[in-house]
Design a binder for this molecule. Structure first.
Ligand SMILES: *Cc1c(COP(=O)(O)O)cnc(C)c1O
Length: 380
């Protein structure tokens, strides 16, 4: 009988822990594996042994890649050195020079840079369009379009992507779909259930959950993951065993962290909606029945001095990342969206008053009171 989500999330590590039966998974902190004799080594090439050299594969990195795949009910998965390299490996596994990608225009800044600059240099062209207009997407599709790329929840305005629409388009035009599921996490959303072919996570964020590793995971259809694994090996963007081990440790508490963090985020969003100095609160309402995620973005009105606001948050730190157990804030126009052209930024609604909040696991009232106080103190 198959396990349910929370059980899978704690018991995803399937490796035999060898003779000593250690309760926690050992760290295979090794660059390579040894062999008794030449026949034994040959058995790796025959597929009877799993490990030869850690860049090709390692029990800890496999735990993470295959673990997230099992949790998401995807066919296969591979861990990578970062979210960025998971995107790169996934894209290069399915798109060749001369082919074309249609991507949403409101992507994570680093992804925009990778697709718009680096891929173009490799001869892969990308059209960025608003995914709110299906006609715009259709118009951007060319005969050489291979991939449709978007994020299940966008950053920083937290728009929830219509994955059914994306899948329908992919079917109509025979395209491969790749979804960045970092903000939603497998706990709240499993894009493979909507027919996504490839799903990437910056495991640096919620999967790791403790702001102590940079890591990525790519899951999806077996044939694509096998190709992506080849890219990870040849590009050398494998994850280190220790980082993989830490990320696996974080993953085990994904469910309870997301449960608490989503609840706190909802409470904060509701409290700030009634604050007269907050012009807008961005918080999804239709992401999942388990909650709507732990990110809240707010637009402060012009009566609030943004510099003062950031200075007045006391224990809530400014951090150009998200998803840790601690509540943090970031300022998109000076961090994640620095490289996005001004005109695109304005079109997207990423204004000077926009603050992105990553809600942690603290007491809900401490979080709410600290934001309310900082807004009050920073009011001109
Ligand atoms: C952080 C992030 C990435 C990049 O991940 P790294 O682990 O920093 O390489 C990609 N997509 C989204 C949505 C992110 O938040």
């Amino acid at each position: 009988m198959g396990q349910r989500f929370n059980t899978r999330t704690v018991h995803f590590q399937s490796k035999d822990v060898a003779r000593n039966m250690s309760k926690a998974q050992p760290i295979y902190q090794t660059s390579a594996f040894t062999f008794k004799d030449l026949d034994d080594m040959e058995s790796f090439y025959q597929g009877d042994k799993e490990y030869l050299y850690s860049r090709f594969g390692n029990p800890n990195t496999d735990d993470l890649g295959k673990g997230v795949a099992a949790i998401e009910e995807a066919e296969d998965g591979v861990a990578t050195s970062s979210g960025m390299s998971a995107i790169l490996a996934g894209v290069l596994a399915v798109v060749k020079p001369g082919e074309h990608i249609v991507a949403s225009e409101d992507l994570y800044g680093g992804t925009y840079q990778l697709l718009a600059v680096e891929l173009l240099n490799l001869g892969i062209e990308v059209s960025f369009v608003s995914f709110e207009q299906i006609e715009e997407i259709k118009e951007a599709i060319q005969p050489n379009t291979k991939l449709i790329y978007t994020e299940s929840v966008t950053n920083p305005l937290l728009r929830v992507e219509n994955l059914e629409m994306v899948k329908a388009l992919a079917d109509e035009f025979q395209l491969i779909t790749m979804i960045d599921n970092t903000f939603a996490t497998p706990y709240l959303l499993q894009p493979t259930k909507f027919g996504a072919d490839l799903v990437i996570h910056s495991a640096t964020k919620y999967i790791g959950g403790h702001s102590d590793v940079t890591a990525g995971v790519l899951v999806g259809k077996k044939e694509y993951i096998e190709k992506a694994r080849g890219k990870v090996v040849s590009l050398g963007c494998n994850l280190s065993p220790f980082e993989a081990w830490l990320t696996c440790r974080g993953l085990k508490t994904l469910s309870i962290r997301m449960e608490r963090q989503s609840r706190n985020a909802l409470a904060l969003a509701n409290a700030l909606k009634t604050n007269e100095r907050v012009l807008k609160v961005y918080y999804p309402s239709e992401l999942s029945s388990k909650g709507n995620g732990a990110m809240v973005s707010i637009e402060l009105n012009s009566s609030v001095n943004v510099e003062e606001f950031f200075k007045s948050l006391r224990w809530i730190k400014i951090a150009p990342t998200l998803a840790g157990v601690e509540t943090t804030v970031s300022y998109p126009i000076r961090t994640s969206h620095r490289t996005i052209p001004n005109s695109t930024r304005e079109k997207l609604g990423i204004t000077n008053g926009l603050v992105r909040i990553s809600v942690g696991i603290e007491d809900e009232l401490d979080i709410i009171e600290t934001f309310e106080k900082a807004i009050e103190v920073a009011a001109k």
